[in-house]
Design a protein around this ligand. Structure first.
Ligand code: NAP
Length: 351
């Protein structure tokens, strides 16, 4: 028997009906033994260091009538995290190693099936980057792999920006690029990749505080895209809904729209908003395509080849929005859907 200590957990207290509320999650303190219990062969006991806050979490907080997975009521929710191995009965993991992958939103987690746990390889990089800019996940045998809604299930901001921009937007030097949610985890990188590709780029964000990164989206809509007097060649869509509709009016002939995410719709999956001006896509011969980053895992080595030197030489900036302590996780998650975050949102559980 190992030492028994207290373990703070973030519990799903109600299924979200319409909009998410902080009270849909609650904190509970339970007990955990710092040793793998007998009969748990192949398990790993970890201490969580960082937890990633991603848009997909809201979808799992609903009691889905659609063919989607849900978290279990009165149990800790889960997502991506970086952790330290405290004990292991799995041949691939040793005590003291640093790992990242799926973990519970709690201080300590007994992971019985660690097939989505990976070792931290490059120790020169900040640990939190493994659930941010460098995160990647193959979608085989993933417990959340259910159907097309994988798009909102996976985080992977770096790969998402890379795949979405370079593969689906086919940028050419001098083209005009517009990015929504431009100060967020994915958007901030798309903007920088567009600059590197020699494009003219404008992004939008929800508040003045974020406008060091991007224009306020309200202003942008009000001024009817005066930032693009000749129209938009590429739209990287993180939000969907009315924003997509507004941008379609300004697309240029043979423009490209990468449908990356539709965060404006995640609260109303059962009654999504319509986009009423698709005729623009027809007459301007716009290529509009959705993608799942997880289906482009084979591009990960090329992504690393480009991005790791850029990080080490400080040629790209990766902004993180870090909440302190597991107690702050429910509030931080709520903030993501009200646009409070600037950069990749995560919780530091332990340094
Ligand atoms: P993020 O941009 O860091 O955070 C979400 C941002 O979305 C908020 O800061 C807010 O920014 C905006 N937002 C929130 N609620 C909104 C609403 N109701 N209407 C309009 N805007 C709203 O999140 P992220 O992790 O980088 O994800 C960005 C998008 O990429 C999400 O849609 C996500 O689902 C998607 N994604 C797709 C894939 C894929 O494989 N295709 C993978 C990962 C993520 P402002 O207030 O500043 O606008």
């Amino acid at each position: 028997m190992g030492e028994e200590i207290s373990n703070k957990q973030v519990i799903l207290s109600n299924y979200v009906k319409t909009s998410v509320k902080e009270s849909d999650l609650s904190l509970r303190t339970s007990k955990i033994q710092l040793k793998i219990p007998s009969g748990c062969d192949g398990a790993v006991l970890v201490k969580n260091l960082y937890l990633s806050i991603d848009p997909f979490i809201l979808v799992l907080m609903k009691n889905q009538e659609l063919d989607l997975p849900s978290f279990t009521l009165d149990s800790p929710i889960y997502g991506f995290g970086v952790s330290k191995v405290l004990d292991s009965s799995h041949p691939n993991f040793k005590t003291g190693e640093l790992v990242w992958g799926f973990t519970g939103w709690e201080e300590y987690n007994l992971i019985k099936d660690p097939d989505q746990l990976f070792k931290v390889q490059d120790k020169d990089l900040p640990l939190s980057y493994f659930i941010g800019i460098l995160e990647v996940m193959r979608c085989t045998n993933l417990r959340l792999k259910i159907n097309v809604f994988r798009v909102i299930i996976l985080g992977m901001p770096g790969m998402t920006a890379y795949v979405g921009f370079f593969k689906f937007c086919s940028p050419k030097k001098g083209e005009t690029v517009y990015v929504s949610a431009a100060s967020g985890a994915v958007g901030q990188l798309v903007g920088q990749f567009a600059k590197i590709a020699g494009c003219y780029v404008v992004g939008s964000a929800g508040s003045k505080e974020k406008s060091a990164f991007a224009l306020m989206k309200v202003d942008l809509l009000k001024i009817k895209f005066r930032y693009f007097p000749d129209g938009i060649d590429i739209y990287f869509d993180n939000v969907g809904g009315k924003m997509l509709e507004a941008v379609l009016n300004s697309m240029r002939l043979n423009g490209r729209v990468a449908l990356c995410g539709m965060i404006s719709q995640y609260n109303s999956l059962e009654q999504p908003e319509g986009v009423h001006n698709l005729i623009n896509a027809l007459v301007k011969q716009v290529h509009m395509e959705g993608f799942f980053t997880s289906d482009h895992y084979h591009l990960y080595p090329k992504f690393l080849e480009m991005v790791v030197p850029l990080i080490k030489e400080e040629k790209i900036t990766y902004v993180e929005d870090i909440a302190e302590g597991i107690e702050s996780a429910p509030g931080a998650l709520f903030g993501l859907y009200s646009g409070r975050n600037v950069g990749k949102l995560l919780v530091v559980v332990r340094e």
